[in-house]
Design a protein around this ligand. Structure first.
Ligand code: SAM
Length: 241
């Protein structure tokens, strides 16, 4: 992620949008990056996560950051004022990702960048300390998305959409984010929680098995950090001309 931010030239005094910010690890890091004279606008649909992000912002007195409860499907992202937009693991949840990217174009100043990380293939995730339970969860979640008629867009489509909208594609590459710690590294926990919720809602897994998988995950989290990467992601840096 930090590598992508560097390549996308995110930095001090900028105005940055954090789309679908989740519990706010990235928002807090971005607030540190832009500094007191920059601005970070974090958006998420979930009132719970926005309350969490606001509490962290207040506790750290980060006056440069604001968190808003908003649906990316129709929120006004602004007009020509943003220097950069960070968007990770969000496109899959949005009804009209192309519309979101069009509004992102409008929100950016000329020269402004979208920096995006989206999944290419969920089933490519393997943990450094193997766990049969967690491996089974990964494969089941990947399969459940494949079988879904509303399957989320693969990351591979994003460069095509950006190009059609008029962005210049500055960089496109396959990455796996393998940071071991830090506020932003909540990926495995979120994957397990979201994956179990999804499979339980589809009756694709029993409550007992969900409990076993969650326990295996908790035990894994209690061990010393290991170099787990994310599944393969497509990293895209696109510039508004
Ligand atoms: C997998 S999390 C990613 C969080 C964060 N971007 C990160 O990288 O850690 C997906 C987030 O998207 C949010 N979300 C889902 N649908 C949304 C929508 N239509 N508008 C805004 N946020 C949405 C969820 O509430 C959740 O916090």
């Amino acid at each position: 992620m930090h590598h992508a931010w560097r390549r996308g030239a995110l930095g001090p005094r900028q105005t940055i949008l954090d789309l679908a910010c989740g519990s706010g690890g990235t928002t807090i890091e971005l607030a540190g990056l832009v500094g007191p004279s920059g601005r970070v606008r974090a958006l998420d649909l979930s009132p719970e996560v926005i309350a969490e992000v606001r509490a962290t912002i207040d506790a750290r007195r980060l006056t440069q950051a604001v968190a808003e409860e908003a649906a990316l499907d129709d929120v006004d992202l602004g007009h020509g004022t943003a220097d950069a937009i960070w968007c990770r693991w969000a496109m899959a949840f949005v009804d009209d990702p192309i519309g979101l990217l069009e509004r992102s174009y409008e929100a950016l100043r000329p020269g402004g960048r979208v920096v995006s990380h989206e999944y290419l293939e969920l089933g490519s995730w393997r943990r450094a300390a193997p766990s049969a339970d967690l491996d089974a969860l990964v494969l089941a979640v990947a399969q459940s998305w494949r079988e879904d008629p509303d399957e989320p867009p693969a990351g591979i489509e994003i460069p095509v959409w950006l190009d059609q909208i008029g962005f210049d594609l500055a960089d496109v590459q396959v990455v796996s984010d393998g940071r071991l710690s830090g506020l932003a590294w909540q990926w495995p926990r979120e994957f397990v929680e979201l994956g179990l919720s999804r499979l339980l809602a589809q009756d694709a897994i029993t409550a007992d098995l969900a409990h076993e998988i969650r326990t295996a995950h908790d035990e894994r989290e209690a061990q010393p950090p290991a170099p787990d990467g994310t599944p393969a992601l497509l990293e895209v840096i696109a510039v508004r001309p």
